[in-house]
Design a protein around this ligand. Sequence first.
Ligand code: ADP
Length: 721
Amino acid sequence: MSRIASVLIPMPLPEAFDYAEPEGMDLALGDQVAVPLGPRLIRGVVTDLRDAMGGNRPLKPVAEKLDEPRLPPRTVEFIQWAARYSVDAPGQPLAIALRGARAPRPRPVRVVRLTGVEPARPTPARLRVVDAAAAAAPMGPTDLAHAAGVSSGVVKALVDEGVLTVELQAPDDRFAPPDLGRHGAELNASQAAAAQALKAMVAEGGYGVALLDGVTGSGKTEVYLECAAAVLAGDPEAQVLILLPEIALTQAVIARVADRFGAEPGEWHSDVSPPMRRRVWEGVAAGQCRIVVGARSALFLPFRKLALIVVDEEHDGSFKQEDGFIYHARDLAVARGKIEDAAVVLASATPSLETLRNAEIGRYRWLKLSARHGIARLPEIDLIDLRESPPEPGRWLSPPLVEAMRETRERGEQTLLFLNRRGYAPLVLCRACGERMTAPDTDSWLVEHRYTGRLVCHLTGFSMLKPAACPHCGAKDSLVSIGPGVERVEEEARGLFPDARIAVFSSDTVFDAREARRMIETMAAGEIDILVATQAAAKGHNFPNLTLVGVVDADLGLRGGDLRAAERTYQLLAQATGRAGRKDRPGRALLQTYAPEHAVMQALKAQDRDAFVAAEMAEREMAGLPPFGRLAAVIASGPDAGQLDAFLRTMAQAAPNSPGVAVYGPADAPLGLIRGRRRKRFLVRADRGVDLSAYMAAWRARVRPPGQIRIAIDIDPYSFL
Ligand code: ADP
């Protein structure tokens, strides 16, 4: 009997389409195929196969089964689950999952080999090249010149002379297997106990989640790498995925994995080149790449036998993808673990309230590392009350912080100044007319960047040269920069310490993985005296000579005022201050604040996470907010305010009545205008037991927005803008 194949296409379409399976094609679930869609042939994935019943309408046939790796059935299941959970088209997560499959393959590389011909003129440089070429596997001309310590001209001359020949070689796309004979660090007692518990969970087999909860520097990475080693050793096919919230952090962990297992892991994030993505994707699909270290989208790779997922810094907001397909990688990691029957380890020094709650009620195992490893101690944390010790006018570093920086420098140690604001100044306004510079069609201030001389909208990427006169009133030289960004703090630090080596670490100065790795190494080697950094550098790294962390504006994150503002501020500042002091050097952290009495500041000073968490939990429970209730948001946007309002009135009326669910809105979004589109929001609160995804899907199905209006559903929103 002939069969029908449902084929999911990586586009935002509501469902998979049915095609006829041609005689003899012999399709299987997960196969990549080409199917006709309108006038085009397009790549898709088989998500269902069933026998055709008589009387079906005739279907177009599948055009071709592609000679490409099959997606494992569990990957397909995960993609469908993720779409249902996020109330989005399944083609959206599929598009993420196929990103590596559609990238070009690595191209052949040029290598040089010895031909056996002796150099006519055997100078020392030429002989070094010959020796280097004989000693190692064939390499490219530049690498050979480098290995021999000669200029590339010497290699070229030897090629011209026929001593060396250049050949094209297919790149080696295999991943070296991890060396499981290697040992990690000797674990201390509390680390060994945690590692033992994780190994026991893995040995039980099947799905299980553990929270690895330990202060910064307590050795969580050592512990989960130990668990990874056990997983890899226990099953020659098992694969491990380590997720990190930032590209900069992937670099540090990749180096540690390489060190621990003597082999580079697969690296996966937006900055990996397309051919390298293809290599990782295929290595993972073949089961040959056994360890992947990556950012959130690595979760959609086609693992053959995923046995362990680690989500490091699990509390981090960067795990939430806010546009396109909206998802939280930590939550989806747990779901994927369940589908794959895998162990999931969530690691953090400041776990999210959601995860802590799951640990409290016993849904997750809770493993604690109580102290820093060895003799390293947590830094002392002090608050600087900016009302009592203000910086000089136009400056941002208070006298006590400057004094501490001076002492640190005299001891030959490093300072990190943390300010979570890119650029030079977050606001530019006209002294003459008071106009605030905003982007042309977006409700957001333009941020001044001095390195480039531009005003930039961080939301849309719009930028313009800083004008000489106010565009509003025409006054000349009237534009003033208000408030500090990292560039401005750097300027101030240079003025104070002209001889110091000062660098800025933000996404503007460190724009790719290689640069991040270089900056981290330079800092770790002690070659920077003062690092001014946004959150890009404030998390996870170990800098042995860093003993002072100054938080320039501790109150910054509290001003947003959304439900997680206090939690997020606590986490970020605990992470940032946790960079101070490692090994035998005690550290110190100074927080500049106008609100030293605020519960977050007091908890940070006392280093009393438990008290802070207990107070936060009580407030959330009273309000029925996560983790005690569930939230979803609808973000609607359109070019015409009247049309948007009219549609949202209909949408509000269409909200299903359901016990335990309350719908609020529509209300103006705080960011009311982006790229010329008006924005409005609904917020939905539901009791814990409600299937909120199903509710939102039912609501969504009841409305038909006009063509120009877009609706996005955000399950468990982290941004309320
Ligand atoms: P965390 O992930 O909790 O921040 P790390 O695993 O990065 O902690 O450990 C912090 C530092 O202490 C690292 O430099 C690490 O190599 C070192 N360290 C941790 N545990 C040990 C150990 N058992 N033996 C030697 N060094 C250790």
